[in-house]
Design a protein around this ligand. Structure first.
Ligand SMILES: [Zn+2]
Length: 434
């Protein structure tokens, strides 16, 4: 397989992006940093916007959702928006508010399962913590990112001598009793939450009583890697769906002064159904688009025309064919790693793709000079879903669901193809100059 230096460079940049983004809040910060570096202006939802023709902006809601956009040269009502969406969150483990558990001379952290991770993949890994902490700041509250880069936590397996059937029955954890993570030695008295506050406070260089609350995710400490005989694959945490965020962002930054008004929208809470103020089911995207339209001089009638002329590409990862498990796949719709972007179709509208939107995406791939593939789930298996149908329903826009092929979706260590990532960026780049 021929892997161009450009593909390799884009995949390397993806791994750097993920490694700088151990939590969804960090992913938004990493995205914002890149946007600022490229000259985008940060907006606040709580202030009036004065958007200039050709201007480049972004706005964050809830810390882990972000919309970035470039005001196009063409009339917005007749050309509409070019939208690329993805999600910033990944399934995994989250720390409960009163997390510390004592007893048996060991300290453990109680966790809650977020979304649908493969829990067994968290065992025996060098885990740590990342997220955001609310810190007392004078009379107000400061939201601070926190990340422990060194291994801090662990979920040791039970030895096979006490779990003889593990290779026959699979590795199972009771979510309440068997998932708390080992944090260190502790006294046998009732655990003091203060010790966990102190851990966070030391890291943030504040007093322990300044810590008010937090949203913290378990993260992996192993950096992303290339693997395979020709290093044609990548492995990292959160490829679902930071690979799509990175692809959308890279395409947006690549279209420097576009004719169309280009928008990237990356949402939190996809893994738990998107129904939140910052999620794809909330008002965030509609609010931002309405404000862009107003600033572009459109009245409500013009805004409706703009939506009707818009195209939304929902990018989320796709299930690549795994040769060890042929029975898991629809035989006619196997998609290959490094075979190019995947168009996902489901008649029951778990994906938003229709004939017209699929055709439009195929034309974009043709223009970008990249191959494309088509995926449908087995008819006797429940199909996953993503933000595509939710956004399509909320905005009433033409929409397609696509993604790069990957293995081990929702494992803490997922893998995908080097070539696919560059292909997806090229296809989204074509959409942003459509
Ligand atoms: Zn996803």
């Amino acid at each position: 397989m021929e892997i161009s230096a450009h593909s390799r460079e884009l995949a390397r940049d993806l791994l750097n992006f993920i490694d700088a983004s151990p939590s969804p809040w960090h992913a938004v910060q990493t995205t914002a940093d890149r946007l600022l570096h490229a000259g985008f202006v940060a907006l606040r939802e709580s202030e009036r916007w004065q958007l200039a023709a050709g201007g480049r902006y972004f706005v964050i809601r809830g810390g882990a959702s972000i919309v970035a956009f470039v005001m196009g040269r063409d009339n917005l009502d007749t050309c509409g928006f070019r939208l690329v969406g993805a999600h910033t969150d990944s399934p995994g483990l989250r720390i409960k508010p009163k997390a510390l558990q004592g007893g048996d001379s060991l300290l453990r952290l109680g966790v809650e399962v977020y979304g649908g991770p493969i829990l067994a993949s968290f065992a025996d890994r060098d885990l740590s913590l990342a997220g955001r902490v609310a810190v007392r700041d004078g009379n107000g509250v400061d939201m601070r990112l926190v990340h422990f880069a060194q291994p801090l936590l662990r979920l040791p397996n039970l030895a096979i001598h006490m779990n003889r059937e593990v290779n026959e029955n699979g590795l199972k954890f009771n979510k309440q009793t068997e998932l708390p993570l080992l944090l260190g030695f502790g006294g046998d008295g009732a655990p003091e939450d203060g010790r966990f506050h102190s851990l966070l406070a030391t890291r943030l260089a504040v007093a322990p009583d300044a810590i008010l609350s937090w949203e913290l995710a378990i993260c992996d400490t192993q950096p992303g890697s290339f693997w395979g005989m020709e290093q044609e694959f990548v492995a990292d945490s959160q490829l679902d769906n930071l690979a799509s965020c990175h692809a959308g962002l890279t395409a947006l930054l690549g279209a420097e002064s576009p004719a169309t008004t280009n928008v990237c929208a990356f949402f939190d809470h996809e893994e738990v159904g998107s129904e939140s103020a910052a999620g794809a089911g909330g008002s965030f995207i509609a609010d931002v688009l309405r404000r862009i339209a107003g600033n572009a001089g459109l009245d409500d009638e013009g805004f409706r025309c703009a939506l009707a002329n818009s195209f939304f590409i929902s990018t989320d990862m796709a299930h690549a064919y795994h040769p060890n498990f042929p029975a898991a796949y629809e035989p006619a719709h196997r998609v290959a790693v490094n075979g190019g972007p995947v168009i996902k179709t489901n008649a029951n509208q778990r994906y938003s793709t229709g004939a017209a939107s699929a055709a439009r995406f195929i034309r974009l791939c043709e223009r970008a000079g990249v191959p494309w593939q088509q995926y449908a789930h087995r008819s006797d298996l429940g199909c996953g879903s993503t933000i595509g149908p939710i956004i399509a329903a909320g905005l009433g826009v033409a929409s397609v669901d696509v993604g790069s092929p990957m293995w081990a979706m929702h494992s803490i260590r997922e893998s995908a193809g080097v070539v696919d990532h560059g292909c997806m960026i090229a296809a989204l780049g074509a959409a942003f100059s459509d």
